[in-house]
Design a protein around this ligand. Structure first.
Ligand SMILES: Cc1ncc(COP(=O)(O)O)c(C=O)c1O
Length: 366
C-alpha cells in the first residue's frame, strides 16, 4: 500500500512525556515552573523585557490589540495574503481590518502599498511573516515611526527567522507567536506575546486572566479580562521542544535546502523569494505554480499529489476572495493565493521522501 506523507508532523525529541508527567506529578497543572521557564526563554530569544505565554497565537494577537487599546472605528492594516488571524481578531475588538497587498515575489507585506492604506484611523500595522519569510522590517518600521503607528509582528510562522541578524519578533512594539501542532515548536496549542513596554505588559497580564492581579487582591477585577492562559503541562512540552532548538533549526534548514536544490533550476515553479536581509527558518516550503506548465490548475495538482500519497496545502485565500471582510481587489494576493501550493516541510522528512515529493510534482507538469 502507498505510504502517505502528511503535510505536517510534530516531532518529539525525548523529554516531552517526562516533563509533562513531571508537571502532572507536581500537581502544578495550570500555572507552574515550566510556564515561568518558557516565558524566560522567549524573553531571551526575542531580546525583550517581557514575554507572556498564552493559549494560542490568536489570543496572543487579541491581547496585543487589547493592550494597545484598539477600539471600534480604528483600522488595523494586515496583508491580504496570509493566515488571517490578525484580521479576524481586528473584527472581534470592533476595529476594521484594512488589507495591503503583498510583494509578488516574497509574498510578504508590500511596504509601498501599506503606506497607501494608512488613514488617520490606522492604529496598528501587522506584518505577518508568511511561511517563515520575514517582511522588510526596515521599511515597515520607518513608515510606522513616521506616522506614530504601532507595529505588531505576527511571528506564528517565523520563529527563529531573522531580519538583518535580528529575530523576527524583536521589531514591533508587541509581537506574537503560535505553538500549534504544525508550528516550529509546539505545545499542542499555545502562543506567546513579547514586548519591551512595561505598561503594555501589565495590561496584557491583566487581560490574560480576567483583569485580576492576584498579587494585590484576589477576585478583584481591574478590567474585564479573558482567560487566555497556557497550562504548565503545555509549557512542559514547549520546554522539551526548545531544548532541541538547534536540532530543529538544522533539520528544518536541511529540508528547505533539499527542496531548493530540486526546484531552483526549473521554470515551471517559483520558490518564495527570500531577500538577502533575511535568514529564514522556513515553516512551510511553498511554491508558486506556473500556469502554463500546470494548466490543470493548482487544485487539480493537489488532487494528483494526493493520489501519489502526498498531502499538500493550498495558498491562503486572499482576503479579497473571502466575503466576511469589506474588501477591495488585491490582484497580487489573489494570484499568489490561486497558484501557491505548500509541500510537506516537517523536519523529520527523509531525503527519499523529499525526492519523491519533488519528482512527483515535477512529473505533473505538461
Ligand atoms: C500567521 C498566523 N497567525 C496566527 C495564527 C494563529 O495561531 P493559533 O493557531 O495558535 O491560534 C496562525 C496559525 O495558525 C498563523 O499561521
Amino acid at each position: 500500500m502507498l505510504k502517505r506523507i502528511p503535510w505536517a508532523k510534530p516531532h518529539f525529541y525525548g523529554n516531552e512525556a517526562k516533563y509533562v508527567t513531571n508537571a502532572i506529578e507536581s500537581t502544578w497543572i495550570s500555572g507552574g515552573a515550566y510556564l515561568d521557564e518558557l516565558e524566560l526563554k522567549f524573553r531571551d530569544i526575542c531580546d525583550k523585557k517581557h514575554a507572556l505565554a498564552v493559549s494560542n497565537g490568536t489570543t496572543a494577537i487579541h491581547l496585543a490589540y487589547l493592550a494597545l487599546g484598539i477600539k471600534p472605528g480604528d483600522e488595523i492594516i494586515v496583508p491580504g495574503f496570509c493566515f488571517l488571524a490578525a484580521a479576524n481578531i481586528a473584527i472581534h475588538v470592533g476595529a476594521t481590518p484594512v488589507f495591503s497587498e503583498v510583494d509578488k515575489n516574497t509574498w510578504c507585506m508590500d511596504p509601498v502599498d501599506l503606506e497607501r492604506r494608512i488613514t488617520n484611523r490606522t492604529k496598528a500595522i501587522v506584518p505577518v511573516h508568511t511561511y517563515g519569510n520575514v517582511c522588510d522590517m526596515d521599511l515597515i518600521m520607518d513608515i510606522a515611526r513616521k506616522r506614530k503607528i504601532a507595529v505588531i509582528e505576527d511571528c506564528a510562522e517565523s520563529l527563529f527567522s531573522k531580519f538583518k541578524d535580528r529575530q523576527s519578533g524583536s521589531f514591533g512594539v508587541i509581537n506574537t507567536f503560535s505553538f500549534q501542532a504544525t508550528k516550529t515548536i509546539t505545545t499542542g496549542e499555545g502562543g506567546m506575546v513579547v514586548t519591551d513596554d512595561d505598561e503594555f505588559a501589565e495590561r496584557m497580564l491583566l487581560y490574560r486572566s480576567h483583569g485580576m492581579n492576584r498579587k494585590k487582591v484576589i477576585y478583584w477585577h481591574e478590567l474585564p479580562g479573558h482567560n487566555f492562559r497556557l497550562t504548565n503541562m503545555q509549557a512542559a512540552l514547549g520546554i522539551a521542544q526548545l531544548e532541541n532548538a538547534l536540532d530543529i533549526i538544522k533539520t528544518r534548514k536541511q529540508v528547505y535546502d533539499k527542496y531548493v536544490s530540486h526546484f531552483s533550476n526549473v521554470s515551471c515553479v517559483s520558490i518564495q523569494k527570500i531577500n538577502s536581509n533575511v535568514d529564514p527558518l522556513i515553516w512551510a516550503f511553498a511554491l508558486r505554480l506556473n500556469e502554463e506548465a500546470f494548466p490543470q490548475g493548482r487544485d487539480m495538482v493537489r488532487k494528483q499529489m494526493d493520489e501519489l500519497g502526498i498531502e499538500t496545502r493550498p495558498g491562503f485565500y486572499a482576503s479579497s476572495l473571502l466575503n466576511i471582510y469589506t474588501n477591495h481587489k488585491l490582484p497580487v494576493s489573489e494570484s499568489i493565493s490561486e497558484n501557491v501550493i505548500s509541500l510537506p516541510s516537517f523536519p523529520t522528512l527523509s531525503d527519499e521522501e523529499i525526492e519523491y515529493i519533488s519528482n512527483g510534482l515535477l512529473k505533473l507538469r505538461k
